[in-house]
Design a binder for this molecule. Structure first.
Ligand SMILES: [Zn+2]
Length: 472
């Protein structure tokens, strides 16, 4: 066996709670430092050097912000003479959070590129190949090896339940959630034992639901980003220890939460994106125990709301629509397609979203496998969309990349985008003009989810601004 070469390993962790959790779990096993709190002064770095010299590796855990600020660490890494590795943990957050609200995640690339001959490792449970490609372009690096272990978790069942079939026969998710005894009846029937997470995207609804359940006799705690951190810790600990079975949460709970007793998630309304759904349902069955992930949805309302949301964003952004907003819109659409469409096995679609080429069979036990929807097939639509995007490349109006716009255009609805850009004569369009927008949108969603159409973002390597989005 080769002798172990001592290395300086800088682990970049995007969430402070996750960073603390890793420090706690690893503190007695390896040489590990909190690069955020120790400020990494000369004294700390001298100690690191001594440990490396003694033949042992040192791990420094940092947030992206702390890494970008730490000049001393950068100089130390450049001149140290030992092997330096950077591990980007939860690497799937780099494109999504980096483009939307946390530029520091993208700027880590500049910091790491300043250290010659270092090794870069991306770690994630749900990073797609297109996101790996995005990160490669940020770093100007070639990726030697991708170690991927994708599989359908046999102990987890995925279900989509329409709200009208739940206790009380309510017609919308909002109405159902206002009747706490019915929610309790549903939760108790589905999950008589074990720990459960109830997800909602709205903090206000999380508060209301937790309060209502407690009042109606089901103890529940809550978790979202607006809670003070001492309350977050208190509630999360109570739920993790099994003192309270139910936690009501936004997606803020998902990364790194590891409760051995968690056997169920319920999403009230659609998850914000497929990534969120993968991460959030990743909390269940972590010790191999049988678990179930349920999405409670109102199909028709969800479709209309989703289109309205995308249109609202476009109107607000007018002529200067940020690429990240288009992506957010697409993600919601994908989530809708993935969860409600009943066209592709749910866990299989989650895998394909990560790796379109993955070889796996439908699970045979999700609600889509058990009760599939009507088969969709609009021949040639992928080709037409790619052509359309190519044809509109020179147009600065980024609405061309919004799939809702493309669906409208193809279904021949009145479309300002088409008129403005003189696209009315586009020949292939006539094939689809008798289909409604919803059907075309579903088809585009499926093509994207299956990897036939891949969204591609062109990034300016200096400013990290997204220059263009297109489908390849
Ligand atoms: Zn299935």
């Amino acid at each position: 066996m080769d002798p172990v070469i001592p290395s300086l390993v800088v682990v970049v962790v995007p969430l402070i709670a996750l960073l603390h959790d890793q420090l706690r779990k690893l503190a007695n096993r390896i040489h590990i430092l909190d690069g955020r709190s120790t400020q990494l002064n000369m004294h700390a770095l001298t100690n690191v050097y001594h440990v490396l010299n003694s033949g042992q590796s040192v791990f420094i855990l940092m947030t992206p912000e702390a890494l970008n600020r730490s000049h001393q660490l950068r100089i130390f890494a450049q001149t140290i003479g030992f092997r330096v590795s950077f591990i980007l943990d939860e690497a799937h957050t780099i494109p999504s959070w980096g483009l939307e609200f946390r530029k520091e995640l993208l700027r880590v690339a500049t910091t790491i590129r300043s250290v010659p001959n270092c090794q870069l490792i991306l770690a994630s449970a749900s990073i797609s190949l297109s996101d790996v490609d995005f990160i490669k372009r940020c770093y100007g690096a070639s990726m030697d090896e991708t170690i991927s272990n994708l599989y359908i978790r046999g102990n987890v069942t995925y279900s989509v339940i329409e709200v009208s079939t739940l206790p009380g026969g309510k017609k919308s998710v909002a109405k159902f959630l206002s009747s706490f005894p019915h929610v309790i009846e549903f939760i108790t029937e589905k999950f008589p034992n074990g720990s459960v997470i109830l997800f909602s995207e709205h903090k206000k609804r999380v508060n209301e639901l937790a309060a209502g359940l407690n009042e109606a006799g089901m103890p529940a705690v809550r978790f979202h980003s607006d809670l003070p951190s001492n309350l977050k810790t208190l509630y999360l600990n109570a739920w993790s220890a099994g003192e309270v079975r139910v936690i009501v949460a936004t997606s803020a709970i998902s990364l790194g939460v590891d409760n051995a007793h968690c056997i169920g998630t319920v999403h009230f309304g659609n998850p914000a994106s497929v990534y969120n759904f993968i991460q959030e349902t990743g909390r269940v069955g972590r010790r191999g125990q049988p678990s179930e992930c349920i999405v409670v949805t109102d199909k028709s309302a969800t479709y209309n709301q989703m289109c309205a949301q995308i249109e609202k964003r476009q109107r607000e952004a007018e002529n200067d629509l940020a690429v990240s907003q288009i992506l957010a819109g697409n993600s919601e659409l994908l989530a809708w397609g993935a969860i409600c469409g009943r066209h592709v096995c749910i866990p299989l679609l989650l895998l394909r979203f990560v790796d379109p080429e993955v070889a796996a069979e439908p699970c045979g036990q999700c609600t889509v496998c058990l009760a599939p929807g009507d088969h969709l097939h609009l021949a040639g639509i992928a080709f037409v969309i790619k052509q359309l995007v190519q044809r509109t490349r020179h147009i600065r109006d980024q609405r061309k990349s919004c799939i809702l716009t493309l669906a409208k255009f193809l279904s021949a609805a009145s479309c300002d985008f088409a008129k403005r850009n003189h696209l009315d004569a586009y020949p292939e369009r006539s094939i689809y003009r008798n289909y409604d927008i919803k059907l075309i949108l579903q088809m585009i969603t499926l093509l994207i989810a299956n990897g036939t159409l891949k969204a591609h973002i062109d990034i300016d390597p200096q400013s990290f601004e997204a220059r263009d989005v297109n489908f390849i």
